[in-house]
Design a binder for this molecule. Structure first.
Ligand code: ZN
Ligand code: ZN
Length: 683
C-alpha cells in the first residue's frame, strides 16, 4: 500500500531479494516522495531484522541483511531524513559530536540516525537525554573530549559531603599482581557504615549533654552542697561552678564547637584494613573519571566513604563479596603498576558482573521503550577508550538507571536481558540499532576495521592509553604496558594474521625501512582507510610472524611517463621523497592495485627476486612461489580504473638474501616468474 502511495513501480509480491534487486539495478524506480520512501525502506529493514532474528542458522542471517550497508539507499531518499534527524538532535540538545560518532560505528552509517532519534523524540522525558554544557560542540569536536578527567574532585554520594575517607592499603595488592590474580578487594559487611563522622558528632553532643544534666542534678541537691563545703577548697570551687550549670553548659558548648572546628579543618583518616584475599565473586566497576569516581584530586588509594559504601552495597545486592574499582585497585609502585596495567582487562574478564556507573545514566528514568539503550550510546561512558575495553571483556553487564517511581532511588538493569532490544519481540528499529552499536564492542577479538572504527570514536586522557587499549582489545598475547607504540602495532598486526589491502595504502612512514613490517604504518591509527569493512576475502594480505605480507595483487609495469603522472600520497616529506626517488628508476618498480576498479591509491613496490614462503603462507594452493618486493609508498594513478592487469602473488617485507643486480628491471623479475610458473607472457 505504501508503495502505491509512494507511486513507484514495485513488484506486487515484494521479497527481500526483490527489494535488493530494485536498489541495486533500478534505483530509478525509487521516485516519489522521499519521506514516504524512506519510511517504507525502514519498515522493510525492520521486517528483515525481525525475520533474521527468527532464523536459527547464523549463516542465513548474514546472507539476508549483510548487503544492506552504508550508502545503500539512494541519497535522495535518505538525506532528507538524516538532515531532519540532525536538526532534531540539536533541538534535544544532544552533543553533535556524539550524535555523528554513532553514524561512524552504525551498520548503515548515517542512515541509522533517523531511527535512533525517533526513540529520543518519542520517549516520555526527552530532556533527560540532553547533554548539558555541550552547546559549543560541533560534529567534529566535543569540548569535553580534551578535558583531563584525572583532575576532578572526587564525588560524594552523601548529602553534606562530610563523610570520612577510606584508605586502602595498596601495598597489599602486590601479591595478587605477582600471582596473576585479580586485584579486587573483599568486602566485609561491618565496613558498611555510612556518615561515620556525623555519627561521631551526634554521639559527642549527646554524651556532653547527658553528663551535664547529671552533674547539675547532683550539684543542685542542697544537702550535697553542705558536704562539699567542708571538703577541700578545690573541689568546692568546682562544685560552685557546676552549681551554676549554665556556665557549665557554655563551657561544654565551647568544647564541642572546638572539636567541630578541628574536625572540619583536619578530616579524620579512617584506615580500613581489608584482607586482600581474592573475593569469591566480585563486581568490576566501569565508570568515567570525569564523574569524579576516579582518584581525582585525592591521594591514590583514598576514597570518600560514601562512594565506597555505595559501590559495596551494589556488590552485595548482586551477591558478590568483593569489587574491582580502578581507583583503589591499581598498585602505585612502578613495576607492579606496569604489570597491573598490562593485565587490566583480566579484572573485567574474571568479574561476575561489570557494573556501569555514569552520572548521565543516573539521570535517565528506566523504561522499556528502548530509551535506556539510546542513553547508553549517548552517554559519556560510551565515549571513553578504557570503557570500550571493559565492555569488550565483560561477561555480564549491569547498568544503573534512575527509578522512574522514586527519583531518589536507582535501579540495576541487565544490559543483555533488559536494555537490549529483542527483535523477536518486535522491538523498535532504533532500539535494535542502539543495541547493535553496543554489541559491536562486545565479545571476541574485533576485526581490524571494527577496532579502528571503535577507537576513532573514543577518547583517552593519555595518548599512550589508546595504544594500550588497542593492544588489549585485540587480545594480543604478552602485551606489555611499557611496550613502545611501534612494538604494540607489530604485536596487534601479528595477532590479526591478515589485514585489509587498504591498510597498506596509508601514506605515512613505516615501522622499518626494509624487512618485516616495512609496509606497516608506524602507528596503527595511521591507517584510517582500513576502517572500511572488508568482507571480501581476496582483499586481504596475510602476515607471517616475521612481518612479511603476502597476497595476490593486480599489478602493472611502469612506463617512462609514469614518474610525471603518478602523484605521491603522503603525509610526510620523507615519505614523498622516498616515492620520488624510487620513481627515478621507474623501470625497477611496479604498481599494485587494491582492486581493478578502485580509486584508492596504488602501492609502489620494487621487485627484488623470487621466493618460496612457508606452507601456511601460500597465496594459493596452485602457486608456491612469490615475487619478493620492497615496499616503497603510495601513489594516485589516474590510469587505475582503465586497462587490464595481470595478477601475481607478491610478498612484501621478507628477508631476501640475494638481491638483483642494479641492472635487473622489474620486467625481468616478473618475466622470470612467469617462466618459472609456465605462464604465458603477453606484452
Ligand atoms: Zn560535546
Ligand atoms: Zn561523602
Amino acid at each position: 500500500m505504501a508503495c502505491e502511495r509512494g507511486s513507484f513501480d514495485w513488484p506486487e509480491e515484494l521479497t527481500a531479494d526483490g527489494f535488493h534487486e530494485i536498489l541495486l539495478h533500478k534505483k530509478g524506480a525509487m521516485c516519489g516522495e522521499p519521506d514516504l520512501l524512506f519510511q517504507v525502506c525502514e519498515i522493510i529493514y525492520w521486517m528483515m531484522q525481525v525475520r533474521d532474528s527468527r532464523l536459527a542458522e547464523k549463516d542465513d542471517r548474514a546472507n539476508l541483511r549483510s548487503w544492506w550497508k552504508k550508502d545503500f539507499l539512494p541519497r535522495h531518499v535518505s538525506l532528507p531524513a538524516v538532515a531532519r534527524a540532525s536538526m532534531a538532535a540539536k533541538k534535544l540538545r544532544i552533543c553533535p559530536n556524539r550524535f555523528w560518532n554513532l553514524a561512524l560505528t552504525a551498520e548503515r552509517a548515517q542512515d541509522d540516525l533517523p531511527a535512533l532519534i525517533e526513540i529520543a523524540e518519542m520517549t516520555k522525558h526527552p530532556e533527560q537525554l540532553a547533554h548539558a554544557h555541550h552547546d559549543e560542540c560541533s560534529a567534529e569536536f566535543c569540548q569535553f573530549t580534551d578535558s583531563n578527567s584525572t583532575l576532578k574532585e572526587q564525588l560524594h554520594k552523601c548529602g553534606d559531603r562530610s563523610c570520612h575517607r577510606v584508605v586502602f592499603p595498596l601495598k597489599e595488592l602486590d601479591r595478587a599482581v605477582n600471582e596473576d590474580l585479580p586485584t579486587a578487594w573483599a568486602i566485609k559487611k561491618t565496613q558498611l557504615y555510612s556518615d561515620c563522622r556525623r555519627g561521631a558528632v551526634i554521639a559527642t553532643v549527646g554524651s556532653i549533654t547527658i553528663v551535664m544534666i547529671l552533674i547539675t542534678m547532683i550539684a543542685d541537691r542542697p544537702e550535697q552542697r553542705e558536704t562539699y563545703e567542708t571538703t577541700t577548697s578545690l573541689l568546692y570551687l568546682v562544685m560552685t561552678m557546676l552549681y551554676h550549670w549554665h556556665y557549665g553548659l557554655a563551657i561544654g558548648l565551647g568544647i564541642f564547637l572546638a572539636i567541630r572546628v578541628m574536625d572540619s579543618m583536619q578530616p579524620r583518616r579512617s584506615k580500613v584494613v581489608m584482607a586482600s584475599s581474592i573475593p569469591r565473586n566480585y563486581i568490576a566497576i566501569s565508570h568515567v573519571w570525569s564523574d569524579g569516581t576516579g582518584v581525582g584530586l585525592r591521594v591514590s588509594g583514598e576514597v570518600n566513604s560514601c562512594l565506597f559504601s555505595y559501590f559495596a552495597k551494589i556488590a552485595l545486592q548482586l551477591q558478590c563479596n568483593g569489587f574491582w574499582w580502578d581507583t583503589v585497585c591499581i598498585p602505585t609502585e612502578r613495576e607492579t603498576r606496569r604489570i597491573a596495567m598490562s593485565n587490566m582487562h583480566k579484572n573485567y574478564e574474571k568479574a561476575k558482573y561489570t557494573v556501569i556507573h555514569d552520572r548521565y545514566l543516573l539521570g535517565v528514568d528506566w523504561t522499556d521503550d528502548g530509551t535506556p539503550a539510546l542513553a547508553v550510546v549517548l552517554s559519556p561512558w560510551f565515549t571513553r577508550g578504557w570503557t570500550a575495553l571493559e565492555l569488550s571483556m565483560s561477561k555480564r553487564v549491569k547498568v544503573i538507571f534512575r527509578d522512574p517511581e522514586d527519583h531518589s532511588k536507582q535501579v540495576l538493569k541487565d544490559l543483555q536481558d533488559d536494555v537490549f532490544a529483542e527483535p523477536t519481540h518486535y522491538s523498535r528499529l532504533g532500539h535494535s540499532i542502539a543495541s547493535g552499536l553496543i554489541q559491536r564492542v562486545q565479545g571476541e577479538q574485533p576485526s581490524l576495521s571494527d577496532l579502528l572504527t571503535v577507537l576513532r570514536t573514543r577518547t583517552t586522557s593519555w595518548q599512550r592509553d589508546r595504544m594500550a587499549i588497542a593492544g588489549l582489545l585485540s587480545r594480543v598475547e604478552n602485551y606489555d604496558y611499557s611496550d613502545s607504540q611501534a612494538e604494540t602495532t607489530r604485536k596487534i598486526i601479528k595477532s590479526f594474521e591478515e589485514v585489509p589491502k587498504k591498510f597498506l595504502a596509508h601514506g605515512h612512514s613505516t615501522l622499518s625501512d626494509t624487512g618485516g613490517f616495512s609496509w606497516c604504518p608506524s602507528s596503527l591509527f595511521h591507517s584510517e582507510a582500513a576502517m572500511a569493512e572488508q568482507r571480501n576475502h581476496s582483499n586481504v594480505v596475510r602476515v607471517d610472524k616475521d612481518g612479511a605480507a603476502s597476497a595476490l595483487w593486480p599489478y602493472r609495469l611502469l612506463s617512462a611517463q609514469d614518474p610525471k603522472r603518478l602523484r605521491p600520497h603522503s603525509f610526510n616529506m620523507a615519505v614523498e621523497m622516498r616515492v620520488k626517488q624510487a620513481l627515478q628508476n621507474w623501470d625497477r618498480c611496479i604498481l599494485l592495485h587494491q582492486d581493478e576498479r578502485s580509486f584508492e591509491p596504488g602501492i609502489l613496490v620494487m621487485p627484488v627476486g623470487i621466493g618460496i614462503p612457508g606452507k601456511e603462507h601460500f597465496v594459493s594452493p596452485f602457486c608456491w612461489q612469490v615475487v619478493e618486493c620492497e615496499y616503497i609508498g603510495c601513489v594516485f594513478d589516474d590510469r587505475m580504473s582503465r586497462g587490464k592487469f595481470g595478477k601475481i602473488p607478491i610478498r612484501l617485507g621478507a628477508k631476501v638474501t640475494t638481491g638483483p643486480s642494479s641492472m635487473t628491471t622489474a620486467k625481468d623479475v616478473i618475466m622470470d616468474f612467469y617462466r618459472m610458473m609456465n605462464w604465458e607472457w603477453e606484452d
